[in-house]
Design a protein. Sequence first.
Length: 323
Amino acid sequence: MTAANPPVSIDFPDVSMHLVRPNEPVRARVVRNEVCTRSKKAAGFVRHVEIDVSGTPLEGGFRAGQSFGVIAPGEDERGRPHKVRLYSIASPTAGEDGAGKILATTVKRTIDEHWDTGRLFTGVASNFLCDLDEGDEVLVSGPNGKRFLLPARPEEHDYVFFATGTGIAPFRGMITELLAAGVESKIALVMGAPYRTDLLYDDVFMRLDEEHENFHYITAISREPEGDSAGGGGRGVYVQQRLATHRDELVPILSSPRGLVYVCGIAGMELGVFQELARQLPPMAREPYLVCDDETLAGVDTWDRRMIHRDIKPTRRVFLEVY
């Protein structure tokens, strides 16, 4: 990045935080609950849940990228009320209704076995939310989060979003907000899933891709073979590999002083994205996103997550939300 072509400064909007405290939650009402995977035969069970928060401090008080709290009914194994669980808001700042009254989230059922006992484990809040019917009440709090947001002047930036699984939730809100506002920035979404049937909101993003020339929707399916012509070499593809297979689309966005990178999803995906940024971007384009010395850069193939923030330092132009 030359002095004559400096990065655009990033200012964040003012946001409200903790308008509703977890120890004093408010009652809201479910208005929609439906499957949001591409197919009902998907490997996981993921639902899109819309909640009416009108008449509460949350009405008009949240922004795309923030999260809110859910307090499931009942008690834990110690006889105490369940603690709050946070869920990403999948709506634009104006909400699902355009008036900030209805927010949405993306919920995956948690069904697993305990490693030590082999007994069935089911997520408390996730299954509670997935089971709610239209008209059911839910205790909520929030909003939470003040940095995983769109900039205050979104039209001054270009965007590459990397998502896996329910990490798509904040990007659904951000991308729909950008496009609905007529922002002409370059926007690319790279969405990863194990199988094509597991893609979330696939119909929404395919439609947006068709309707907006400045938005590109790219999928990465890790457990289904992809043909050589698509760059997969007959193997599955992870989100970070799209930086190589779709280099002509993504690198120009990232090489611009306007470029921003957002990463949301399962912990560990950020390492792969950082490695590919290091491999695919020339030095002048890489340095605005990642700071590392020459020795670290030379060993890119051996990077591990412990090095992030210590040896590999993402800049303010990289936004991370992994879990």
